[in-house]
Design a protein around this ligand. Sequence first.
Ligand SMILES: Cc1ncc(COP(=O)(O)O)c(C=O)c1O
Length: 491
Amino acid sequence: MALNGNGGHGVGGHGVGAARLAVLLGGVRSGRGPAYRRLAAAVRVLVDDGRLPSGTRLPAERVLAAELALSRVTVTRAYRDLREAGWADARQGSGTWVRLPDGPLRADGAWVPGPVRGGVIDMTHAAPPAPQEMSLLVRRAVDRLDAELAGPGYNPDGLLALRERFAARFAAHGLPTDPGQVVVTSGALHAIGTALAELVGPGDRVLVEHPTYPAALDVIADAGARPVPVALDRDPAPTALPWAARQTAARAAYLMADFQNPTGALLDDDSRARLVQRLARQGVVAIVDESFVELDLRDGDPDVPLPCAAHAQHADDVVTVGGLSKIAWGGLRLGWVRAAAEPAARMRRRLARAQVSPPVLEQLIGVEVLDALDGLRAERVGLLRARRDRLVTEIAAEFPDWRVRVPGGGLMLWCDLGAEMSTALAAIAPRYGLSLAPGARFGPGRAFEDRLRLPFTHPEPVLAEAVRRLRRAVDDVGADPVATARADLVV
Ligand SMILES: Cc1ncc(COP(=O)(O)O)c(C=O)c1O
């Protein structure tokens, strides 16, 4: 019985009821092969795609057997199969918990975007080039630097001028914020890591939307915690995430309410309020990533929801993270954490121990970026809207069978390919001058082999050329897609 790695017991968590599990399992009673193997395979698929969060206790064998009208021996054998294959743990007298097997959750060896060679179109990073105004803003920041050069350059708390602007931006979005609540980080990913270091310890569970931002999965694993994927296609976030929290006794949830990466989903105010308040009742702190909040591409004058933290009943219930990479430039490496004053002060001290001080020039550029935010947003949104629409048109023409929901914001399309070929496609794409992120990378299990995330950050002619290259790569993968890791899930 393994207690290490990604699984372990859902101690403190609750179980899934037999009736609900029967619904999730669907028509498991009929089909080819022995019933116990079908049952085990169906449970594995549910764990893999997050509908049954890792750490959920399964119903007692007798109860599930009665619910499914199967023999108890069948259920016993299915549970044994799951344990032997690493998809479940059991403790005598306490039941059986599902788990993701060791391996896929570890950061080591996980696919990460690498440098892209010349001539290759990079469709792995969802990051736009700097706006035209950027070099002017940099020059203005250099002019301001003179005043700073007279001092030591160490400002462990981050420049007050920058924290004031971050705070003012939150206030303008309807969330009054004191500069003391702001932590300056080296980008949003660093902000996620900083928040996790404050909130979770080894072995803690962190709920993640499924699919989610891949690098966050790595940072969670690096913190020694375990990402628990929660599927949102059946139940919406305000239902599914608190339900999963109850099953798994998670400590934190990492989520995106604004143009989620990769689905582009936007939560409305009502959903945000229910979500953060229900999570808080389960003792779960929501780490809300606002990386895409400025990239609202909706037409007209749409309702703009308040930040999740504005819906929290207690200041400690939500920690907000974000950065300037998407609205300004990834090379800046500037981000923030917004938290209650005390945890924010602890996070600043933690960062000061590790890096003494954030870099001064970058922070001065950040000040300029925030002062110019309205203009930058207007330029960016206009360009991105046209690029999004062009990519949608090119894909519809070249791949009429793919299903693509046009997102209201963000930087990417999440495409349903209708066939499990994403890993194979990413592997051969460089031959055609294209670099792709495999869909499976967007979850800790092996789901999303049939998905591809395509950013619309390039100029329109480059996007059109990318789709032409993609056509050739898809043709090469062939009508009979390569059997992938997921194929062996459903034997
Ligand atoms: C959701 C999300 N969070 C964080 C990041 C990292 O951003 P940064 O460059 O600010 O570290 C990204 C980058 O793609 C992202 O998509």
